[in-house]
Design a protein around this ligand. Structure first.
Ligand code: URA
Length: 247
């Protein structure tokens, strides 16, 4: 393991607590650790509203643009829900528009609202380190987007109507990117894309499907910052994702 890898694992709180278990993943990715026995913390505690969307909610939207420039413009101009009035700018998404990997968060926070790019604050730094831990990099075969494109006030969770209004934009982004794998970061992303409510814990460790695209669920980086002991489980999820993507 080189110094950079060591730093990444240190940042993820996984070093030197872990020992490797799965040789195949370990060989390729330098670590497939056994999670050190810890007391199981409560499930992800973001106060997430149930966001199961009625099928009708998905079809009430105005037609969504079908190419990147028009879609970006449409999102920039969007005032379809109450979030736009309270945010500085829309945050469309960032990265490789032909990426194999799509990471989906919940919605912009203060830093993202100011900079117009997803995951650029503290949670974003952790996400970048999570990417680095599996040899990925923002923008290189990776696209990062959110369920809602406008910052919810006071960092509250997006409400079901806001999610329903904004989701078609993400759905179109996914249709254009055609990723090989979607990683849903946190419960809001997972339940919004899967269209059903469930605990994050119950969704982890399984390959779900979104429109025929494999989807894996892990913790939201902001939650991991508040609950660092859970980083070990997030690392398990990332290793699971790497395995899923390995030929
Ligand atoms: N949290 C999110 O869900 N998305 C961001 O872009 C930043 C923080």
């Amino acid at each position: 393991m080189n110094i950079r890898d060591e730093n990444v694992l240190r940042e993820l709180n996984l070093y030197p607590l872990w020992v490797r278990r799965d040789a195949s993943v370990a060989a390729e990715h330098e670590a497939a650790p056994v999670v050190a026995a810890r007391e199981a913390p409560a499930a992800e505690s973001l106060p997430v509203a149930a966001v199961v969307l009625a099928p009708a909610a998905r079809t009430e939207q105005a037609a969504v643009a079908t190419d990147w420039p028009a879609l970006k413009q449409q999102v920039r101009d969007c005032t379809a829900c109450k979030l736009r009035a309270g945010c500085t700018q829309t945050v469309f998404g960032v990265g490789d528009e032909n990426a194999d990997w799509l990471f989906v968060g919940e919605g912009p926070g203060a830093d993202e609202d100011a900079q117009g790019e997803p995951f650029v604050g503290q949670a974003g730094k952790l996400l970048d380190n999570m990417l680095a831990a599996i040899k990925l990099k923002r923008g290189a075969n990776v696209y990062i987007a959110n369920i809602v494109k406008c910052r919810p006030p006071d960092n509250r969770n997006p409400e079901p109507d806001e999610i329903a209004t904004c989701l078609p934009y993400l759905q179109q982004q996914i249709a254009l990117i055609k990723p090989k794998l979607i990683i849903a970061l946190g419960k809001t992303a997972a339940t919004s894309l899967l269209g059903r409510d469930a605990t994050l814990g119950s969704l982890r460790g399984t390959v779900h499907e979104y429109q025929g695209i494999p989807l894996i669920v892990t913790y939201h980086p902001a939650y991991l910052l508040r609950s660092p002991a859970e980083k070990a489980k997030a690392w398990q999820d990332l290793c699971f994702a790497v395995q899923r993507m390995s030929p």
